[in-house]
Ligand binder design. Structure first.
Ligand code: KG4
Ligand code: ZN
Length: 366
């Protein structure tokens, strides 16, 4: 294999959901800058992401963020080797802002443009901070995505499982909303669950015990709503102990579902790659920040002889460093894109997989 060129630098842009971000990384895996502006406060009053508000916020802030990312990296636009942007999947208004900005910069500076699939950004992020070789198994769990993929190489994915309705982050977020907690719900549920009794409310574990690696969370949400109604006080609030027990029950059910589905995917991955000694399970996406999930996956992988790789939380949630890095990995292989490349709301990593109906996509939250 040729030695990778370590002198490359790539500017990355991320605008597919509610974070506006710009970053510069280089071929030595150095993150020269990683600017990110969260819109959480803009969307909080609505209990979810409002696409129109997101797109407008990206327009308002992206130029300044790109400028400051370059400045922090100590580079001029003309110094970078390529400009990468998330070109999907995501909320289309936001994706368009990032793609048009990146194309304009690329044209002005005479640099190649790279259209990055946001999911590939998550998929390759672990390789930016750790030595993870292809192929590996990826569990992608966020507010918009919930998938298990065999990552064979850059641009080469086989989907082993996906959600047939909600993404796992949505299960946390909708559960939190139901319990009167703020957005995003995952961290709030995790905090409360720590003080709760997970056994008190018996919630279902959809699809567990079946031999696929697909996910389903909408029945869990309905069951939580039903259980919550039995404890809701006349003024709409909950006793703190009830709320903690409901949160603990929800989190325990989600952990069980993720573990059961991942176990099946590990078996499928092993069948396809029987030559590998200790393949990696990489976990990416905002939900990977959850300790209960990480602890269960640590046990599961230890039992199955997999190495667990969970990138740090700042790299698991949406950011532009992972987009710059995916762009750099593509650029090294000569994979650049022309200016006719569109922004896409939907863009599966594994084009041969049948479409998944329901959620499992960005924007399902709004
Ligand atoms: O990857 P991300 O930042 O954005 C999307 O692509 O959606 O993920 C955000 C999601 C939200 O649903 C949020 O509730 C969830 O990640 N999340 C968590 C935790 N921290 C963030 N879920 C469970 N436990 C957490 N500690
Ligand atoms: Zn994401």
């Amino acid at each position: 294999m040729a030695t990778p060129d370590t002198t490359l630098t790539v500017l990355g842009i991320e605008t597919s959901c509610d974070e506006t971000a710009a970053a510069v990384v280089d071929g030595r895996k150095r993150i020269l800058s990683n600017r990110i502006l969260s819109q959480i406060d803009d969307h909080a009053p609505y209990g979810g992401i409002v696409p129109e508000i997101a797109a407008r916020a990206h327009v308002a802030h992206l130029d300044r963020l790109v400028e400051s990312a370059l400045e922090e990296a100590g580079l001029e636009l003309g110094d970078v080797d390529a400009i990468a942007a998330t070109a999907g999947p995501g909320l289309i208004g936001g994706v368009m802002v990032g793609v048009v900005t990146a194309k304009t910069l690329a044209l002005a500076a005479g640099k190649p443009f790279i259209a990055v699939n946001h999911l590939e950004g998550h998929a390759l992020s672990a390789r930016l901070v750790a030595d993870v070789d292809f192929p590996f198994l990826l569990l992608l769990i966020s507010g918009g995505h919930c998938q298990l993929l065999a990552v064979e190489g850059v641009g080469r994915y086989t989907r082993l499982g996906t959600t047939i309705d909600d993404a796992v982050g949505e299960a946390f977020d909708k559960g939190a909303k139901l319990l009167g907690l703020g957005y995003p719900g995952g961290p709030a549920i995790e905090r409360l669950a720590g003080a709760g009794n997970a056994e008190r409310f018996k919630l279902p574990r959809p699809l567990t015990g079946t031999d696929t690696a697909d996910f389903s969370f909408s029945g869990l949400k309905t069951a939580l709503a039903r259980a919550a109604e039995t404890r809701r006080r006349p003024d709409g609030s909950f006793a703190e102990a009830d709320r903690a027990d409901l949160a603990a029950g929800l989190q325990a059910a989600i952990v069980d579902c993720l573990a059961d589905r991942t176990k099946n995917a590990m078996r499928q991955f092993r069948d396809a790659h029987s030559d590998l000694d200790a393949p990696a399970l990489v976990v990416a996406g905002g939900v990977a920040a959850n300790r209960a999930i990480a602890d269960r996956l640590a046990r599961l992988t230890a039992e199955a002889g997999f190495a667990l790789e969970v990138p740090p939380a700042w790299l698991c949630t949406d950011n532009a460093a992972m987009i710059a890095w995916a762009g750099l990995e593509r650029f090294r292989l000569g994979l650049t894109d022309n200016f006719a490349t569109p922004a896409r709301a939907r863009w599966p990593l594994d084009a041969t997989s049948p479409p998944a109906y329901g959620g499992g996509r960005k924007g399902a939250k709004a």
